[in-house]
Design a protein around this ligand. Structure first.
Ligand code: FES
Length: 112
């Protein structure tokens, strides 16, 4: 999957990255972005909110943007570990990074 271009604005400790239009991600799906060299999966949940996580599963590198999602979690497509969007944890003990993400006037903004 090719990474989409991003535009960055430096704030305080974190940097807000504008990743383009929210509509680039269909509702209920996700896309992977390269943000200053870091692969980030951005999910557009069915309630319209956005979540962002590290793109690769810590178990064996599964592409989390290709996983099944609901409002609470993403399920890795390779071995079905379910990571909570709230804290990045799964029942098996692995944890993924969660990044603040929001829809700002129709644009995806992720902080990292
Ligand atoms: S690579 Fe994700 S659960 Fe194995």
């Amino acid at each position: 999957m090719s990474a989409l271009p991003v535009e960055s604005v430096n704030t305080h400790a974190k940097t807000a990255h504008r990743l383009g239009p929210v509509d680039a991600i269909p509702v209920g799906e996700a896309r992977t972005f390269a943000v200053t060299g870091i692969q980030v999966a951005v999910f557009r949940l069915r309630d319209g909110t956005l979540r962002a996580t590290q793109a690769q599963c810590p178990h064996a590198g599964g592409p989390l943007a290709d996983g099944q999602i609901d409002l609470m979690k993403v399920v890795c497509p390779l071995h079905a570990r379910a990571f909570a969007f709230a804290d990045g944890r799964c029942a098996e003990g692995d944890q993924i990074r969660i990044y603040p993400a929001r829809d700002e006037a129709g644009e995806i903004v992720v902080e990292l």
